[in-house]
Every structure is written in structure tokens, then in C-alpha cells.
Design a protein around this ligand. Structure first.
Ligand SMILES: [Zn+2]
Length: 113
């Protein structure tokens, strides 16, 4: 029934569990630098995000604000402005794929607040 074992990981932003290959790994290197690990094999503590700009923006947080976002929390690191900029720049090429349920209520009648 299951052809082969597919490793699953959880996106730190939307908390959806997906197969590892559907997600992008962000790693905190031993030197504290945070970067996108496109091989998925780099040394360091890793966190996974969907190929979705919305998840990255939620996870990384806004530049120039103290970052206590889900990504920083997961990596147990404080993202520098440079790290944030790099990650958000990477996210731009991904584009928006889904609407996060907690930021865009499906049935709300466009309640602006
Ligand atoms: Zn996600």
C-alpha cells in the first residue's frame, strides 16, 4: 500500500506535515549563520518551510523587528537583519501558494481590522 517510506517534516510556519521533499530546509550553521539549505544535508540545526512565500514571511517576521518568529524559535537563534533579508529575498521567488488559515479567514466577510 505504501510504496516506500517518505520522510515527513512539519513546516514551522503553518504546521502542516508534508513530505520532506516538498519542504525547504533552513539551517543554522555551527557558526550561527542562517541560510537556505537546498541540499537538505548541511550540518547544523534545521527547520522546514513550505515552498510558499506566505510561510516564509510568517516564519521570518518583519525586517528590523526583533525576531521571535517561528523560524527563530525553531532554530533557537535570533535572526539578524541580514539573515531576515536573505530569507525573505529567497521567499520572493517562491510566490504565494496558499492562504494561511490564521491570517486569511476563509469565511470572514472581509472584516478589516
Ligand atoms: Zn507552511
Amino acid at each position: 500500500m505504501t510504496p516506500k517510506h517518505v520522510p515527513q517534516r512539519t513546516c514551522v510556519a503553518c504546521r502542516q506535515v508534508k513530505s520532506k521533499r516538498e519542504l525547504i530546509r533552513v539551517v543554522r550553521a555551527p557558526d550561527g549563520r542562517v541560510y537556505v539549505d537546498e541540499t537538505g544535508k548541511a550540518n547544523g540545526r534545521g527547520a522546514y518551510l513550505c515552498r510558499d512565500r506566505a510561510c516564509w514571511e510568517k516564519a521570518v517576521g518583519q525586517p528590523r523587528r526583533a525576531s521571535g518568529g517561528p523560524l527563530a524559535h525553531s532554530l533557537k537563534v535570533t535572526l539578524s537583519e541580514a539573515d531576515q533579508a536573505t530569507l525573505l529575498e529567497y521567499a520572493q521567488q517562491l510566490g504565494y501558494v496558499q492562504q494561511l488559515p490564521d491570517t486569511v479567514p476563509a469565511d470572514a466577510n472581509n472584516l478589516s481590522s
